[in-house]
Ligand binder design. Structure first.
Ligand SMILES: C=C(O[C@@H]1C=C(C(=O)O)C=C[C@H]1O)C(=O)O
Length: 114
């Protein structure tokens, strides 16, 4: 393969990786929703150990296990941040909805008193 062809191959693989990473991110977001509903923590170290074991077992090289683990540490960091952002914006929306409901509920009696 020429240099040009190899770089084209890399560009195609990168686009596939982007799709797969986004699929993983969507799944992690859904896990985040389930955790919020069941009050489970975002960070689950035991699950992360299983994820590392799973990817190392699937590794056929030439990536060394340690480098693959480093890549996954970064991926998982991002997934946790995504879950936290998602949960924070959900909580914010809930607070806003409560505030809006509280305002209409609280203002009506106030208005009656005046
Ligand atoms: C996605 C989850 O949440 C977090 C992120 C993980 C991941 O990206 O694989 C694993 C464990 C959690 O710390 C999960 O619990 O499955």
């Amino acid at each position: 393969m020429t240099l040009e062809e190899l770089r084209e191959r890399i560009d195609i693989l990168d686009r596939q990786l982007v799709d797969l990473l986004n699929e993983r991110a969507s799944a992690a977001q859904m896990v985040g929703h389930l955790k919020a509903a069941t009050s489970l923590p975002v960070y689950e170290p035991n699950r992360e150990k299983l994820v590392y074991a799973n990817v190392r077992a699937a590794n056929r090289g030439p990536l060394p296990d340690i480098e693959l683990t480093h890549i996954y540490e970064r991926i998982i960091d991002v997934m946790r941040a995504l879950q936290r952002n998602e949960l924070a914006s959900e909580r914010h929306a809930q607070e806003m909805a409560k505030l809006a409901a509280g305002q209409t509920g609280a203002q009506a009696p106030e208005t009656e008193k005046q």
